[in-house]
Design a protein. Structure first.
Length: 318
């Protein structure tokens, strides 16, 4: 059995090991693969593993030996899962490996906006505090989270964890979710999408990228939000229309945009959000703690083992 990893570098830049996979076949690990090389690299493989290399219908039909795609991520929007199913290719993902890390990163973005730690540390390096007349100074709005309303789109593994952290901060928590209101823990209130837009001081996106959620945040939905809403996106870039978000940041409709993901990754240098003073963008690293990447690789090996043994787990296209 030939196993090909198309873009192994980000999950394992050298500090972890793919050796667990060697038990299940001949393993070839490419650090990264350009679009034009995908078919030639994957064509003899029964098992292909990808994090962000796109396997769309056009690619899949050129891979007749392929039996299994293991997505090295929770979000599996890079694979055309319907076409894969039609072709008899099983697709799995890695659920919940980075829940704690992504929830932490979500609050890192939020707390950066309320407390601006890097801003003050940088100014103080330049002598701003030393030159001050009083024992303290601030030149950004300082905000307390307690009593503010957090709106969550998608109450899965990450949304759930974020909700609990928010409750611990004393926030009021609302969620747009298909779960029954009665099944939600105390303190998390179910609402409609419209309801969520109108109550949230901070709105955070934790749903997958699908046809339904593509550009969920756009000119029209932004208009339904409170003036000065904070928007957080650690889900996927295309959950928002970036041009509309950039405009909302300029008009003040959005106070801040905090994102770990962008529509194009890496983004082009002229993406307006990168230069926007009230946008704080991290380079898709919420998942990338050593702890989470270790769990990712462990689950990847479990997924491949289960597939090879005929009892596949974490299948997303049954
Ligand atoms: N930035 C990162 O490093 C990083 C890391 C992990 C995951 N992610 C992204 O976060 C997403 C969520 O991860 P998770 O582990 O919580 O996944 P999950 O599958 O546990 O939860 C997703 C939730 O979204 C809900 N959902 C689906 N469609 C929806 C819709 N239209 N409206 C509202 N809710 C909807 C699902 O029912 C589910 O409860 C992933 O799909 C991925 O895109 C990003
Ligand atoms: O979905 C995920 O797991 C992260 O975005 C990393 O790819």
């Amino acid at each position: 059995m030939k196993i090909v990893i198309l873009d192994g570098y980000t999950a394992n830049p050298g500090d972890l090991s793919w050796d667990g996979l060697k038990e299940y076949g001949e393993l070839i690990v490419y650090p990264r693969t350009k679009k034009e090389d995908v078919v030639s690299r994957a064509k003899d493989a029964e098992i292909v593993l990808t994090n962000k290399v796109v396997l769309d219908a056009e690619v899949l039909i050129q891979l007749p030996k392929l039996k299994y795609i293991g997505v090295l991520a929770t979000g599996y929007n890079v694979v055309d899962i319907k076409k894969a199913k039609e072709l008899g290719i099983l697709v799995t993902n890695i659920p919940a490996y980075s829940t704690d890390s992504v929830a932490q990163a979500t609050f890192a973005l939020i707390l950066n906006m309320t407390n601006r730690v890097a801003h003050y540390a940088n100014k103080n390096r330049l002598g701003r505090w030393s030159d001050n007349d009083d024992f303290c100074y601030w030149d950004t709005p300082l905000r307390e989270l307690a009593g503010k309303t957090l709106g969550i789109v998608g109450l899965g593994s990450i949304g759930w964890k974020v909700a609990h952290l928010a409750l611990d901060f004393g926030m009021d928590v609302f969620a747009y979710t298909s779960k029954n209101a009665a099944d939600l823990p105390d303190g998390i209130q179910k609402t409609t999408l419209e309801g969520l837009f109108s109550v949230s001081d901070i709105l955070t996106l934790h749903c997958p990228l699908t046809e339904e959620t593509y550009e969920l945040i756009n000119k029209n939905t932004l208009a339904k939000m409170k003036d000065g809403t904070i928007l957080i996106n650690t889900g996927r870039g295309p959950l928002v229309n970036e041009a509309d978000v950039a405009e909302a940041l300029q008009t003040g409709k959005l106070l801040y945009y905090g994102a770990d993901v962008m529509c194009q990754e890496p983004p082009s240098k002229d993406n307006p959000l990168l230069k926007q003073k009230n946008a704080f963008i991290t380079p898709h690293i919420a998942w990338a703690t050593e702890e989470a990447r270790t769990r990712l690789i462990d689950t990847c090996v479990e997924n491949v083992k289960s597939f090879v043994e005929g009892q596949p787990i974490n299948v997303v296209n049954r």
